[in-house]
Design a protein around this ligand. Sequence first.
Ligand code: ATP
Ligand code: MG
Length: 353
Amino acid sequence: MRVARVEHDTEASRAWKLRRTPRGAVAVRDSAYRDAAVLPTPKPTRSASVAGMTEFVVQTDGLTKRYGDRLAVDRVGMTVRRGEVYGFLGPNGAGKTTTLRMMLGLIRPTAGSARVLGRPAGRPEVTARVGALVEGPGFYPYLSGRDNLRTLARYRRLGPSEVERVLELVDLADRGSDKFKGYSLGMKQRLGVAAAMLGSPELVILDEPTNGLDPAGMADMRRLLLGLARAGQTVLLSSHLLAEVQEICDRVGVINGGRLLRESTVADLRGGPTVRLRATPEDAALAVVMRLAGDDGVRRGDAGSLEVDLPATATPELTRALVADGIDVHEITANERTLEEVFFEMTSEEVLP
Ligand SMILES: Nc1ncnc2c1ncn2[C@@H]1O[C@H](COP(=O)(O)OP(=O)(O)OP(=O)(O)O)[C@@H](O)[C@H]1O
Ligand SMILES: [Mg+2]
């Protein structure tokens, strides 16, 4: 078995259980998940050609930023591929904005390097091909949304039709003549994304684009980002809202305390689906489960439960096998871990001995 044996409760197994099941804290975060998921959005289906591409749009190597004796970013090596939506995940203070700033050439790394579109970050020929929204949009409050964008467009030698295109894209065309200061937070964020999209950049970097939005605003933003993704746009977005990211991202990088803990697809990070089971006698139930899921396919959960590595479709067969052996089934539920749970486990592992 891959985990602590049922009958042993060693220091190691207790530590393991602690890490694996920080249930209380997850439950608190679950409410945020439900709020964010008020309007469920279908996952984008990527074309095979996009999935097959391996061209790196962003590549960092040992990227480090030190402020005094604080290591804000610690030897981060991450890659964003062309055509993907990459979620850069981490709690407050993890180092997300600092990393993105280095990618954009806004601040200089203390050590290491960032390459964007095959060139060193911050080169003028690179910045012209990258759109960004970092830590809240900065706009003139007394100008309209449209005029704010026109100001930016003029600077980048883009015409008024490009402004209209991006206003349409973020669904702000009919409010484009309103003053920026009269916009709702969601509209301000959308205008920020519109600004990042001016000139159809090859890469769009969005730092917490859903920051401060209510569930409806988040759903709007998610739809907008999904639209960009479907159009083949490469998007790198940071977030501390994992439920958001699992809906729209192809791959994620998890950062905490300045270090990149993991970089993988959302599916790999979440692992396979499991079935949660409570049945007695426990030892007899364990034997049946191991027969179906293999010795490595079962772990001890909370309150005498078993976590079994089987898909939801296997629950009828599992139930039949248990009942056939005279075992009482008290509870059986299909269970797919959210990215939020995985993330929480990962970051709490960091602080536990
Ligand atoms: N200019 C600065 N001077 C000193 N310390 C800084 C500076 N910028 C960032 N830091 C520190 O670096 C760490 C990472 O900050 P950063 O803003 O990158 O985190 P973040 O992941 O974007 O967090 P949030 O989710 O709150 O936006 C923090 O401890 C922060 O206090
Ligand atoms: Mg930040």
